[in-house]
Design a binder for this molecule. Structure first.
Ligand SMILES: Cc1cc2nc3c(=O)[nH]c(=O)nc-3n(C[C@H](O)[C@H](O)[C@H](O)COP(=O)(O)O)c2cc1C
Length: 340
């Protein structure tokens, strides 16, 4: 079974959402192997690319195993956005995604991120230039609007379609909402119904069941799953199974041990042992949330300084505790801030 998403044939409609500081190359590879059908980098500054900032260029590295992989950029200057698209094409990425959903004041004040959607006509001109400048597809990720009084996702999608954008991902909240309230899947469905190009829905898909339900009910072409994949890194496999009419396979201790071992190797290869440990901490805290003893483990995760000792403790934790998870604890919202 496969489906079409713009120019790509993809394995299923469940895609890891871009998250700054999280969807680095190792995590994208891990989730790609665990059935996220596409992956996208975190947002990278077009200005940073222009000035060849080391951090920006490092964020644009990817592994062949990630394909199809998109690299996400943000910025407000048309010339730099065009150059960034061309750089990304030279890097060999499969598509370039423009972040138009970031609500963070530092980004919005300069006129980038979600601020660019306030004027769909000017945005359309910039998108046209970006699309013309490269052969790879250009995609965008937006919010439903600036605030409750200006929910203009319809207009933005129309401008994007006219410019030749390959698809639009919509996080179902306004910029003003940040991460509060609930994602507006009704509006996502309305925009999809009228859109001439593929629409990807996004927001609050915490379980495989909810992801499939939203996908089916809203009629979107695919869905993005962000925070749900952090507490349940097996969510894509599970959603794919449900979508294919199969039962969800129970996650076993072995699944966790394989994930931990792969992630450790990839993080250490990419960031070195010390950097790998720093990156590992947050993932380990999310993966373990809701299992018996997770608070105690969390304290250890953020205090143990020796990499071997930490991984040994975490391995023991998953060997001992994977039988039961507190779903009520898991239902509590977390990570209520980000760049999209
Ligand atoms: C910590 C964090 C960082 C994020 N960084 C980005 C980003 O770099 N680019 C982007 O388009 N969206 C970013 N987002 C937004 C997510 O892609 C997604 O739209 C949002 O989390 C809602 O989906 P979810 O409820 O499945 O998490 C970020 C979200 C979080 C929580």
């Amino acid at each position: 079974m496969s489906i079409r998403l713009g120019p790509f044939e993809i394995e299923n409609p469940f895609i890891l959402a871009p998250m700054a500081g999280i969807t680095n190359s190792p995590f994208r590879r891990l989730m790609r192997k665990r059935r996220s059908s596409v992956v996208v980098s975190e947002l990278v500054s077009a200005n940073g690319i222009e000035f060849a900032g080391e951090r920006s260029l490092d964020l644009l590295k990817f592994h062949e195993e990630e394909r199809p992989v998109g690299l996400q950029i943000f910025g407000e200057r048309e010339d730099l956005l065009v150059k960034a698209c061309q750089y990304i094409e030279r890097q060999g990425a499969d598509f370039v995604d423009l972040n138009l959903g970031c609500p963070v004041p530092k980004v919005v004040k300069k006129g980038a991120g979600s601020a660019m959607c306030r004027d769909p006509i000017s945005l359309g001109k910039i998108l046209t230039q970006m699309v013309r400048s490269v052969k790879i597809p250009v995609t965008i990720k937006i919010r439903t609007g600036w605030d409750a009084g200006s929910r203009n996702a319809h207009d933005v999608v129309r401008a994007a379609a006219d410019a030749g954008v390959a698809w639009v991902a919509i996080h179902g909240r306004t910029r003003a909402q940040g991460y509060s309230g609930e994602a507006d899947w009704e509006m996502i469905a309305e925009v999809k119904a009228k859109s001439p190009i593929p629409i990807i829905g996004n927001g609050d898909l915490a379980t495989a069941e909810v992801a499939l339900k939203r996908y089916r009910e809203s009629g979107v072409d695919a869905v993005l799953i962000g925070r749900g994949a952090l507490r349940n890194p097996f969510i894509f496999e599970q959603a794919e199974a449900l979508w294919k009419g199969q039962a969800i396979r129970k996650v076993t201790t072995e699944d966790y041990l394989e994930l931990l071992s792969e992630q450790r190797t990839m993080l250490d290869e990419t960031f070195g042992a010390r950097g790998g440990l720093i990156h590992a901490r947050k993932f380990l805290a999310w993966y373990s949330a809701g299992f018996p003893g997770c608070h105690e483990l969390r304290r250890k995760i953020f205090s143990i300084q020796a990499s071997d000792e930490l991984w040994k403790d975490v391995t023991e934790f998953f060997v001992k505790n994977t039988a039961h998870r507190d779903l009520e604890f898991l239902a509590q919202p977390f990570l209520m801030g980000g760049h999209g």
